[in-house]
Write a protein that binds this ligand. Structure first.
Ligand SMILES: C[S@@+](CC[C@H](N)C(=O)[O-])C[C@H]1O[C@@H](n2cnc3c(N)ncnc32)[C@H](O)[C@@H]1O
Ligand code: SF4
Length: 453
């Protein structure tokens, strides 16, 4: 019998304006709101604080947007950035920096408890002082969205609104190095023509040893525009790079930019490579990693999720040998080049997917390493934890340093390493939050583990 397709009736939820009190913040700094109206689900809403009574507009099953604060918290402050209410770049400016850090520490502690990493009734965590950043002007890299408004013949440059494709036009950003927006604003007249702007994707501005502007383009730019960009570059001492689908090149002769490691070594990178956003905090984080991991001249080290060698080079300066493992081939190659250009012969670099890494992949290099450094992206290091379980106990590292940018996956991974019943028995000997992203909900944490048996 013929089957006819019948579209299912959609249960379209209509937005309502409700009132409720915030009971807590979740690990993304969203307010947990239990509605005053019976039968309404708990909702997660950005911008409100515990204890506040708010009016909010429901969205989807469990979300909502803040409409009005009826009873503000005493912890609320005036937000320093004028774009804050619209810009999606920061979401945590409405409390001061100490309270932001206290919240972040509490989130980590709650997640550790939830995943069974520790039990507050029988143990405590060895918290150390957080690494505290400058609250503003800490970003050395920003990514700006662009849109050519054809009718108005005007290019819009700014950050995206939270959960939206709309762009908030900005002249300055309080968390960015002043140089970044200054250079973009100075370049604006050259970009603000239909011939250039209609071919423009996003813009990245970076400042390490020299300012860089990367223009993401969808088509080649006209030759007159290229000429004008080259003249601007010389006059403004700012390197311009163009990135298309297939290519990434400076528009004229440019030296490779570099970051400087704690030992003064140069870590060269291309604008598309991973670079820790907060340069000042990065230096302190790498120093703390060395202090905790203790890479002495007898130790062999694996640096997993190595990027361009931010931890690998300082490790190699101190240890017997280092194997850096990175998923992106280009960056793994950059680590090799960085080792060579800093005259290091004890740092090897391998490109591999650490979700699928097997003990045999590493055996080609060395049987085992004494120390591991892990600095994964947000999905965490589940593959590496699995690898740890597969290794014979005598081949497991004596110490592991885990740098995390996502406390939920950190807690999950630590649970797999600290629980004797799961076959791995490490204990936490150092723990601190790292203020990599002030004014935002993002949580960076460092943990040092030591093998117990
Ligand atoms: C947070 S960054 C850290 C990079 C470097 N440690 C640093 O401090 O600059 C995480 C790195 O992990 C790499 N990565 C992500 N997933 C990976 C995977 N499955 N296998 C290997 N590397 C991966 C990314 O390319 C990125 O370079
Ligand atoms: S990202 Fe910059 S412009 Fe946006 S809210 Fe934060 S400080 Fe303001």
């Amino acid at each position: 019998m013929a089957q006819f397709f019948k579209p299912q009736k959609r249960n379209k939820s209509v937005s309502k304006i409700l009132t409720g009190q915030v009971s807590a913040l979740d690990h993304q700094a969203r307010a947990v709101v239990r509605a005053a109206v019976k039968g309404q689900p708990t909702r997660f809403i950005m911008g409100a604080l515990p204890g506040e009574v708010i009016q909010y507009k429901t969205a989807g099953k469990h979300s909502g947007t803040l409409e009005r604060i009826l009873k503000p918290s005493t912890e609320r402050r005036e937000t320093p950035c004028p774009y804050y209410s619209k810009c999606g770049g920061c979401d945590f400016q409405h409390i001061n920096e100490q309270k932001q850090l206290a919240h972040k520490r509490q989130v980590v502690e709650e997640l550790f408890q939830k995943f069974g990493v520790f039990n507050p009734e029988t143990s405590s965590l060895p918290w150390q002082e957080p690494l505290v950043s400058e609250p503003t002007r800490y970003r050395r890299r920003v990514r700006l969205a662009t849109r050519w408004l054809g009718k108005e013949q005007r290019l819009l440059i700014g950050f995206r609104e939270a959960q939206s494709h709309n762009i908030v036009a900005i002249q300055d950003c309080l968390v960015a190095d002043e140089v970044l927006l200054q250079r973009v604003n100075a370049l604006y007249p050259l970009l603000n023509t239909a011939a250039v702007a209609s071919k423009l994707g996003h813009i990245e501005a970076i400042n390490t040893n020299t300012p860089i502007i990367l223009l993401r383009i969808t088509e080649a730019l006209p030759s007159e525009a290229m000429q004008a960009l080259q003249e601007w570059q010389t006059a403004n001492k700012t390197d311009i790079w163009l990135q298309s689908e297939a290519d990434l090149q400076p528009i004229a002769d440019a030296t490779m930019p570099f970051d400087t490691s704690i030992d003064g070594d140069k870590l060269y990178f291309q604008p598309g490579d991973f670079l820790q956003v907060n340069g000042g905090i990065n230096q302190r984080m790498v120093q703390q990693a060395m202090d905790w991991l203790k890479p002495e001249k007898t130790k062999r080290v694996y640096d997993f999720f190595a990027g361009i060698g931010n931890f690998s080079l300082p490790l190699a300066r101190r240890a017997k040998s280092v194997l850096a493992v990175e998923g992106v081939y280009r960056m793994a190659e950059q680590t090799r080049i960085n080792a060579e250009s800093n005259s290091m012969d004890n740092l090897n670099s391998l490109s591999a997917d650490l979700n699928k890494i097997a003990a045999s992949d590493l055996r080609e290099w060395e049987e085992a390493a004494d120390l591991w450094c892990l600095d994964p992206a947000r999905p965490g290091a589940e593959g590496v934890v699995k690898l740890l379980h597969k290794l014979k106990p005598e081949h497991r590292p004596e110490r592991i340093l885990y740098v995390s940018c996502a406390p939920d996956t950190l807690a999950r991974d630590l649970a797999g390493m600290t629980t004797e019943s799961k076959g791995c028995n490490y204990r936490i000997i150092g723990l601190s939050t790292v203020d990599m992203f002030p004014q935002t909900h993002h949580i960076e944490t460092m943990v040092c583990l030591e093998r117990v048996s």
